[in-house]
Design a protein around this ligand. Structure first.
Ligand code: ME8
Ligand code: MG
Length: 644
């Protein structure tokens, strides 16, 4: 899909908010970028891989305050945990940018000054609904359903928004509407996968307003040049990391900038597509800079059908995974399991299954059986084969078509498909090895025995090469054990495809590459900080202990001392009225709940919440977006009806 005619590859990840240690989602994006970077290195292409952290803005300032720290001190405290974990997972980035780095701060200020002078940035007033969590104003269109009493929910995170009015500097986004639409039309591969482009195009099509890019309500940010009452809006600061990291605005790094910019691929999750597909290209157009070639937009890793995130309390700790399984099996699993085009479910069971069957059985055993058999019969030097048998020629053809197809998938960024294709060939090789019955040939036909070993080594060499970006250390071990180390000085892949099968191997028997996870108690509870109970069997008697009743919410009031709670008065028919407190204000307005029938645990032990009794619990089901949804019955039933 993408061409590398300029023989360089510049790939980036989002820069992460440092309000906590890295989680599996941030690991996933960074890993995807690492695998693609390594793939290009394997092809002999000069590659630059950038990642880093987003350290300014209100969200960080608030988190710091909560932790009782100064913002800089607070963000500093997380940097080590990021860099340590990225090293453990073998993420071989070329630069780690922090938006508090002085070169970045200065370059962003120069960028603003430049656009102020050009007239693309100007000063005015802004009033609107603002989401503190996403640091973004709700657009007029999204705010349409606003009632006088409460603001619109943030369309991104579903949280409450607040009106703010402030003097602000604006970026003339409206002037770029047509050029943006032309960009999407002329470059159907700008947004990958293509399906994700629709929402972007609709958004731009519906009309762009100028974007406020400064704040006076915040102090933790890059000071606005020439007007220190203002700090730079966090996205105007953060997006520029992609250019400042490679030298933009730094005269002494001019050559470097010319070498790397434009980026070939920005990797990002679908939550931040608008910032990357609309604001960022407009910023670059205003700066007369070339545009990135592709945005690679992936879906969510989900746990228990919900988006995994810190705030849903279901974050998987990559440190625990690393400690239990090691880096490379986790790398393989994430790359194999997740299709970038879709959300994907994480489960320990699937991870362990992949390690056992794919890594230990299919791949590890192939190497092990081949090398122990060779050693058993004293075959250490495996000379090139003069005349291949038909079965080996067929295997070779399969090998070359595997290389070609893997290459096609990788150039479309479909890593999971590339891995599936490679595995098909691993199994072809296993079938070949088995069908040849080399253990019978060792004495009867030593030449054919050596041929089978050689063909298997040739296959393993190709397999290990294409898997190297995903499991670099293990594949280097494999390649070393057959004396065929990678040479990244030239295009390894092209050599494998064009070369004849004429390599001289030497076999060192090594311990198994992958260990099968030991059967043990379910690990999930240890790895996943779950909010819900594990699903265990219960008897019908256990079930009948729980009284699930239908009731109608007659009244719903905000509890002023709390950000989350509603106080509900619920009508259970002849069982009476009950007061029940429920912490779902982020997801429902008062109107969403009043007069609705819901399902309640009626005999839950009464509890005091903020000094108020709550007698029962309302049930919700989390939707695909992770937000709770009302649980109700399909038709109206009398209040007080028991579920059974
Ligand atoms: O948005 N599954 O930072 P952030 C997959 N600072 N990927 C996930 C994920 C999940 N469950 N959760 C998070 C920001 N991610 C800004 C970016 S860029 C100039 C500024 C990944 O810490 C995914 O890549 O909230 C998502 O886009 C990113 O983390 C958001 O990271
Ligand atoms: Mg986020």
């Amino acid at each position: 899909m993408h061409d590398q005619s300029d023989n360089k590859f510049y790939i980036t990840t989002p820069i992460y908010y440092v309000t906590a240690r890295p989680h599996l989602g941030t690991l996933y994006s960074t890993l995807l970028a690492d695998v693609l970077a390594r793939w290009h290195r394997l092809k002999g292409i000069k590659t630059f891989f950038l990642t880093g952290t987003d350290e300014h803005g209100q969200k960080i300032a608030q988190a710091a305050e909560k932790a009782g720290k100064q913002p800089k001190e607070f963000v500093d405290s997380f940097i080590d945990s990021y860099q340590k974990m990225w090293a453990e997972y073998e993420l071989a980035y070329d630069r780690f940018i922090r938006t508090t780095d002085s070169y970045h701060v200065k370059a962003v200020q120069d960028w603003i000054t430049h656009l102020l002078n050009k007239g693309d940035i100007y000063k005015s007033f802004y009033e609107g609904w603002y989401c503190t969590s996403c640091e973004t104003f709700v657009t007029e269109k999204d705010a349409e359903h606003t009632t006088a009493s409460s603001g619109p929910k943030c369309p991104t995170c579903g949280r409450e928004t607040h009106i703010i009015s402030e003097e602000a500097y604006f970026f003339k986004l409206s002037a770029y509407q047509d050029r943006l639409l032309k960009l999407y039309a002329d470059n159907p591969d700008f947004i990958i996968p293509k399906e994700r482009a629709h929402e972007v195009i609709n958004f731009v099509h519906s009309g762009l307003k100028d974007l406020s890019i400064s704040r006076t309500t915040i102090t933790w940010g890059i000071p606005f040049p020439g007007d220190t009452k203002h700090v730079t809006y966090v996205w105007a600061d953060a997006l520029n990391n992609y250019i400042t990291a490679v030298g933009y605005g730094q005269p002494e790094r001019k050559k470097e900038f010319a070498q790397w910019w434009p980026a070939d691929v920005h990797v990002l999750g679908k939550d931040i597509i608008r910032f990357h597909a609309v604001y960022w290209p407009a910023f670059l157009m205003a700066s007369d800079l070339p545009l990135p070639k592709h945005l690679l937009v992936h879906g969510w890793i989900r746990v228990d059908q919900q988006k995994m995130s810190k705030s849903s309390g279901n974050a998987v700790d990559p440190q625990a995974l690393y400690d239990t399984y090691g880096a490379e099996p986790v790398r393989y699993y994430l790359m194999r399991q997740m299709a970038i085009t879709h959300d994907g479910d994480f489960s320990i069971e699937d991870l362990e299954q992949r390690i056992s069957s794919d890594l230990a059985n299919d791949l590890g055993n192939l190497l092990n059986r081949m090398s122990s058999l060779a050693h058993k019969h004293g075959l250490i030097d495996v000379p090139p084969v003069a005349v291949w048998e038909q079965a080996a020629l067929d295997l070779r053809d399969e090998c070359w078509s595997m290389l070609e197809e893997v290459e096609d998938y990788m150039s479309d960024f479909l890593v999971h498909m590339a891995l599936a294709r490679a595995w098909k060939f691993i199994n072809t090789t296993n079938a070949y090895f088995h069908a040849q019955e080399p253990w019978k040939l060792a004495h009867s036909n030593p030449a054919l025995f050596a041929q089978v070993i050689s063909a298997t080594c040739h296959s393993l060499r190709a397999i290990a090469s294409v898997l190297w970006p995903v499991m670099p250390r293990k594949m280097e071990e494999l390649l070393t054990s057959i004396n065929a180390p990678l040479n990244q000085e030239y295009d390894t892949l092209e050599n494998l495809e064009l070369g004849t099968w004429d390599t001289y191997f030497m076999i060192h028997h090594i311990p198994p590459l992958f260990k099968k996870p030991e059967p043990k108690e379910p690990q999930e509870s240890k790895m996943v900080e779950k909010t819900s109970e594990q699903a265990n069997h219960i008897t019908i008697d256990d079930f009948t202990k729980v009284e699930l009743l239908v009731g109608t919410i007659e009244q719903c009031e905000v509890v002023p001392q709390s950000e989350k709670l509603y106080k509900l008065q619920v009508n259970f028919g002849d069982k009476g009225m009950r007061q029940i407190l429920s912490g779902v204000r982020a997801s429902f307005s008062v109107d969403d709940l009043v007069h609705k029938q819901g399902v309640f645990v009626f005999n839950l032990k009464p509890r005091m919440m903020l000094g108020m009794p709550s007698e029962g619990m309302m049930l919700f089901a989390n939707g695909a977006d992770g937000a709770p949804k009302l649980v109700t019955v399909a038709v109206h039933v009398p209040n007080g009806t028991r579920l059974k």
